[in-house]
Design a protein around this ligand. Structure first.
Ligand SMILES: NC(=O)c1ccc[n+]([C@@H]2O[C@H](COP(=O)([O-])OP(=O)(O)OC[C@H]3O[C@@H](n4cnc5c(N)ncnc54)[C@H](O)[C@@H]3O)[C@@H](O)[C@H]2O)c1
Length: 115
Protein backbone atom coordinates (compact mmCIF):
# COMPACT_ATOMS: atom_id res chain seq x y z
CA UNK A 1 0.00 0.00 0.00
CA UNK A 2 1.14 3.59 -0.64
CA UNK A 3 0.78 5.54 2.62
CA UNK A 4 0.90 9.35 2.80
CA UNK A 5 2.27 10.33 6.22
CA UNK A 6 1.81 13.93 7.33
CA UNK A 7 4.20 14.97 10.09
CA UNK A 8 6.52 12.10 9.22
CA UNK A 9 9.57 14.09 10.33
CA UNK A 10 8.17 14.28 13.87
CA UNK A 11 8.37 11.95 16.85
CA UNK A 12 5.35 9.73 16.21
CA UNK A 13 5.18 10.14 12.43
CA UNK A 14 8.78 9.09 11.85
CA UNK A 15 8.34 5.97 14.02
CA UNK A 16 5.12 5.10 12.17
CA UNK A 17 6.92 5.62 8.85
CA UNK A 18 9.66 3.19 9.87
CA UNK A 19 7.03 0.58 10.83
CA UNK A 20 5.10 1.03 7.58
CA UNK A 21 8.31 0.60 5.55
CA UNK A 22 9.29 -2.46 7.56
CA UNK A 23 5.87 -3.95 6.80
CA UNK A 24 6.53 -3.54 3.07
CA UNK A 25 4.52 -0.39 2.35
CA UNK A 26 5.67 2.61 0.34
CA UNK A 27 5.66 5.88 2.32
CA UNK A 28 5.42 9.48 1.21
CA UNK A 29 6.26 11.84 4.08
CA UNK A 30 4.75 15.32 3.88
CA UNK A 31 6.22 17.67 6.50
CA UNK A 32 7.07 21.38 6.62
CA UNK A 33 9.84 20.78 9.20
CA UNK A 34 8.23 23.52 11.32
CA UNK A 35 8.95 21.23 14.30
CA UNK A 36 10.36 18.01 12.90
CA UNK A 37 13.76 17.00 11.61
CA UNK A 38 14.71 15.90 8.10
CA UNK A 39 17.17 13.39 9.58
CA UNK A 40 14.29 11.61 11.38
CA UNK A 41 12.67 10.61 8.07
CA UNK A 42 13.73 7.06 7.15
CA UNK A 43 15.86 6.98 3.99
CA UNK A 44 13.47 4.70 2.11
CA UNK A 45 10.58 7.15 2.40
CA UNK A 46 9.87 9.79 -0.25
CA UNK A 47 10.11 13.20 1.42
CA UNK A 48 8.12 16.30 0.48
CA UNK A 49 8.92 19.48 2.41
CA UNK A 50 5.69 21.49 2.37
CA UNK A 51 2.98 22.79 4.67
CA UNK A 52 -0.57 21.46 5.06
CA UNK A 53 -1.84 25.01 4.55
CA UNK A 54 -0.43 24.95 1.02
CA UNK A 55 -3.38 23.48 -0.88
CA UNK A 56 -1.56 23.55 -4.21
CA UNK A 57 1.44 21.63 -2.88
CA UNK A 58 -0.82 19.16 -1.09
CA UNK A 59 -2.94 18.55 -4.19
CA UNK A 60 0.16 18.16 -6.35
CA UNK A 61 1.61 15.62 -3.90
CA UNK A 62 -1.61 13.54 -3.95
CA UNK A 63 -1.80 13.75 -7.75
CA UNK A 64 1.83 12.69 -8.15
CA UNK A 65 1.80 9.82 -5.66
CA UNK A 66 -1.86 8.70 -5.59
CA UNK A 67 -1.76 7.30 -2.05
CA UNK A 68 -4.02 4.44 -0.90
CA UNK A 69 -4.10 5.68 2.69
CA UNK A 70 -3.25 8.72 4.81
CA UNK A 71 -1.81 8.73 8.33
CA UNK A 72 -2.12 12.26 9.75
CA UNK A 73 0.43 13.21 12.43
CA UNK A 74 1.17 16.84 11.46
CA UNK A 75 0.08 19.10 14.30
CA UNK A 76 1.28 21.37 17.07
CA UNK A 77 1.39 19.54 20.39
CA UNK A 78 2.77 21.78 23.16
CA UNK A 79 0.05 22.38 25.76
CA UNK A 80 1.68 25.51 27.21
CA UNK A 81 2.07 27.17 23.80
CA UNK A 82 -1.54 26.31 22.95
CA UNK A 83 -2.68 28.31 25.99
CA UNK A 84 -0.56 31.33 25.02
CA UNK A 85 -1.47 31.29 21.32
CA UNK A 86 -4.63 29.22 20.80
CA UNK A 87 -5.29 30.76 17.37
CA UNK A 88 -2.14 29.27 15.90
CA UNK A 89 -3.15 25.84 17.23
CA UNK A 90 -6.71 26.04 15.84
CA UNK A 91 -5.27 27.17 12.52
CA UNK A 92 -2.79 24.31 12.30
CA UNK A 93 -4.63 21.47 14.03
CA UNK A 94 -8.16 22.23 12.84
CA UNK A 95 -8.08 24.40 9.70
CA UNK A 96 -5.09 22.62 8.16
CA UNK A 97 -6.64 19.23 8.95
CA UNK A 98 -9.81 20.33 7.12
CA UNK A 99 -7.56 21.27 4.20
CA UNK A 100 -6.09 17.78 4.28
CA UNK A 101 -9.55 16.17 4.50
CA UNK A 102 -10.73 18.15 1.47
CA UNK A 103 -7.69 16.92 -0.48
CA UNK A 104 -8.30 13.34 0.68
CA UNK A 105 -11.90 13.53 -0.56
CA UNK A 106 -10.92 15.18 -3.85
CA UNK A 107 -8.54 12.30 -4.53
CA UNK A 108 -10.93 9.57 -3.33
CA UNK A 109 -8.63 8.19 -0.66
CA UNK A 110 -10.80 6.02 1.57
CA UNK A 111 -8.40 5.04 4.36
CA UNK A 112 -7.25 7.54 7.01
CA UNK A 113 -5.68 7.35 10.44
CA UNK A 114 -5.91 10.53 12.55
CA UNK A 115 -3.42 10.79 15.40
N1 LIG B 1 4.02 12.47 21.36
C1 LIG B 1 3.11 11.62 21.87
O1 LIG B 1 3.32 10.96 22.89
C2 LIG B 1 1.79 11.44 21.16
C3 LIG B 1 0.93 10.43 21.58
C4 LIG B 1 -0.29 10.23 20.92
C5 LIG B 1 -0.64 11.06 19.86
N2 LIG B 1 0.19 12.05 19.49
C6 LIG B 1 -0.23 12.91 18.38
O2 LIG B 1 0.59 12.61 17.26
C7 LIG B 1 0.73 13.81 16.49
C8 LIG B 1 2.23 14.09 16.30
O3 LIG B 1 2.82 14.25 17.59
P1 LIG B 1 4.43 14.25 17.76
O4 LIG B 1 4.70 14.03 19.20
O5 LIG B 1 5.03 13.34 16.76
O6 LIG B 1 4.75 15.80 17.40
P2 LIG B 1 6.03 16.37 16.64
O7 LIG B 1 6.02 17.85 16.87
O8 LIG B 1 7.26 15.60 16.96
O9 LIG B 1 5.67 16.07 15.11
C9 LIG B 1 4.74 16.83 14.39
C10 LIG B 1 5.29 16.96 12.98
O10 LIG B 1 4.32 17.65 12.19
C11 LIG B 1 4.97 18.63 11.39
N3 LIG B 1 3.98 19.67 11.11
C12 LIG B 1 3.30 20.41 12.01
N4 LIG B 1 2.47 21.25 11.39
C13 LIG B 1 2.62 21.03 10.06
C14 LIG B 1 2.02 21.57 8.91
N5 LIG B 1 1.10 22.56 8.98
N6 LIG B 1 2.39 21.11 7.69
C15 LIG B 1 3.33 20.12 7.59
N7 LIG B 1 3.94 19.57 8.65
C16 LIG B 1 3.58 20.02 9.88
C17 LIG B 1 6.15 19.09 12.23
O11 LIG B 1 7.18 19.68 11.45
C18 LIG B 1 6.59 17.79 12.91
O12 LIG B 1 7.54 17.09 12.13
C19 LIG B 1 0.00 14.93 17.25
O13 LIG B 1 -1.30 15.08 16.71
C20 LIG B 1 -0.07 14.37 18.65
O14 LIG B 1 -1.20 14.90 19.37
C21 LIG B 1 1.39 12.25 20.09
Amino acid sequence: MKIFVTGGAGYIGSAATAHFLQAGHQVIVYDSLVKGHRAAVPADATFIEADLSDSAALGAAFAAHQPDAVAHFAAFIEAGESMRDPGAFFQNNVANSVNLLNTIMAHNVERIVLS
